[in-house]
Design a protein around this ligand. Sequence first.
Ligand SMILES: Nc1ncnc2c1ncn2[C@@H]1O[C@H](COP(=O)(O)OP(=O)(O)OP(=O)(O)O)[C@@H](O)[C@H]1O
Length: 599
Amino acid sequence: MTHAFAVDLGGLIDLLSEHLYAGPEVYVRELMQNGVDAIRARQDAGGAPFDPELAFAVQDDTLTFTDNGVGLTPDDIHAFLATIGRSSKRGSVEFIGQFGIGLLSCFLVSERIEVVSRSASGTPPLRWVGSADGSYTLEDGPADTPVGTRVILRARADRAQYLLPDRVASWAGAFGALLPYPVVVSEPGRRTVVNVGGAPWLDHAAGEDARRAAVLAYGEALLGTAPLDFVDIHTEAGDVRGVAFVLPWTPTLDARGQHRVYVRHMLLSEEETQLVPKWAFFVKAVLDAGALRPNAARDALRDDPTLHAARAEIAQTLRRWLVGLSERAPARLRELIALHYLSIKALAAEDDAFLELFLPWLPFESSAGRLTLPEVLAHAGSAEVRYVADLNLYRQAAQLAAPGGPPVIHAVYTYDATLLERYGALHPEVRVSRLDAGDLVQELTPLTPAERQGAATLLAAARDTLVPLDADARLSRFEPAALCALAFPRAGRDLHRTRETVGSGGLWGDLLGDLQAGADYATEVHFNLNHPLLERAARLPDGPLLRRVIGMLYVQALLLGHHPLTARELGLLNGGLLDLIGAALGGPDTAPASAAHLN
Ligand SMILES: Nc1ncnc2c1ncn2[C@@H]1O[C@H](COP(=O)(O)OP(=O)(O)OP(=O)(O)O)[C@@H](O)[C@H]1O
C-alpha cells in the first residue's frame, strides 16, 4: 500500500528560519524576487505593454506587497502555492526562484499568508490563504483585482518590528537597488520610491564623461572615499555586468575579496567571494549577474561551471586593464603598485606574461632598502640577483652586505621567491641565487694557518664557553669590520630554542628532544678577527675575563641577528653588564666575576 508523506510545516519553518535564512527580514527579499520573476514572465509573454512596479504598503500591523507581474491562474495556485517545494521556474535560468520554498519565509513574520492574484492569461482572480499550521483556503478574489499578485501579511506579535515602514524601505531599497523599475514603499500619507540611482555604469545616455563621473560617485559612496579608478566588467558566461573599483588603500586580510553582487538586479550579498578571482584584492566590485544561480539561502552563488567561466572572464578583464594601464598611464600604475603590489605579485606568480610585464615595477625588500629588480641589478653591478627566503638568515646576510655593494633581497612574502625563480628561468642572462647559511659562510674569509695559531687560545676558550649554549665558535675575517660576530642558525636551531622554552620532559619536550637528537650545534658563531676588539681578545690569556668577553659578544651577535634570547643567554647578558658596570665603578666587590655560572 502506498501512502503520501506528510510535512510538518512548523518544523520546516523553524528549519528555514534557524538554518537557511540570515534573519526574518529575508521575507522582503523573497516577496520582491517573486515579483521580479513574475514581471519577467509577463514581459516574456509579450502581451500589452505595462509599467512594471513593486510596491509595499504598510498600515498598522499589515503589510501588502503588490507586483504587476504575470499573476497566477487557479491551476498555478494549486500546483505551486499549495505544494511546498514545487516551483514554476525550476530549470529556467531567467528566473531567480528555483526551489519552491521562498514564499514560506513570510511565515517568519506572519501567521498566515494571503495571496490575491489575477493571471495575465485572463482567468478570474482568486484569493488563497495559507496558515502556518499547514492548511489553506481558496475563494474567488475581488472582481476589480488587476493583473498581478498581492501578498498580505499581518505581523506576528513578536515580529512587528520587521513590518515597520522605515525598515521595510531600507531593506527593499538595498535588495532592489539595481532594479530598472520603481520599488515603492508607502504608509498612510507617505509614498517613497526606494531604489533611485540604478546602475550608473549602464547609463550611457549623457555621454562617457558623465557616466564616468556617476560611476566614480557611486564608488565613493560605496567605499567612503574616492576610488583610484574603476574597471568595467561584462562577461559572456553568466552575463555579469558591473564595475570593479580600484581601492585607494591596501585592504586588511579580513576585508579582502568581498564584493557586492546582485542576481538579476536583486542584491545577493555584500560579501560575495566567488565571482572575482582571489588575487584581485585591489578591487571591490559591484556586479549584477543576469544568468548565474543563487543558492537556496540566496546569500551566495552556486558553484557551477558558469560561475567558473564568469570568474575567468573577470580575471582576464582585470589583467587586461592592468596591462593597458602600464602603457596608458604609467604614473597611475606606479601609484597602484605602491598600494597593491602583493596582489599584483600573486597574479604575476601565476602568469609569465604578466610577470614579464610587471616585475620591473614591483618592489622587493633588500639590504639596500626597497628596490625594484632593475634597481637591484644596477646596485649589484652584475647580472646576479641574490635573495634569502628565511628571515633570520636574511638578517645575517643584510649585515654582511656592504653598503654600495650587491644587495641581498629578502624574499619575505609568499610569492617573492617564486617570482624571482620564474624571472631567472625566463632570463638566463640573469643569475638568480637563493642564499643559504652555507653560502653566507662561504663569503667569510678563513684565517691563515699562522693566524689560527695566533688565535688558538681565543678559539679554544670560545668553543669551551659556547658548547653549553649549544653553539659552535669559529674565527674568520669579514667585512664590515665593525661587526664583532655573526650568529648563523643551523638546522634544528629553532627546535633547540623551543625546547628551552617548554622545558624538558612532557610530550613536547620528548618529541622535540627526539627531533633534536643527532642535530649539530644549533648556532654557528663567527668571530671577526678584522675587528680590533677581537684582535685584542686574541691576545688575552684564557680566564674569566676572556670568557666573559666571548659570552657577551655571542649574545650581541644573537641580538644583531634579531634571534630571540633564551633565559640562559639573557642571564649571560645581564651578568656581563653587571660585571662591566662593577668594573667601571671599581671597588673590592666589583671585580669581574667568574664566568663559571655559564657552565
Ligand atoms: N508574485 C508572484 N507572482 C506569480 N507567481 C508567484 C508569485 N509568488 C509565487 N508565485 C508562484 O509560486 C511558486 C512558489 O513560490 P516560492 O517563492 O515559494 O518559490 P520559487 O520562487 O519558485 O522558488 P524559490 O524557493 O527558489 O524562491 C512560484 O514558483 C510561482 O509559480
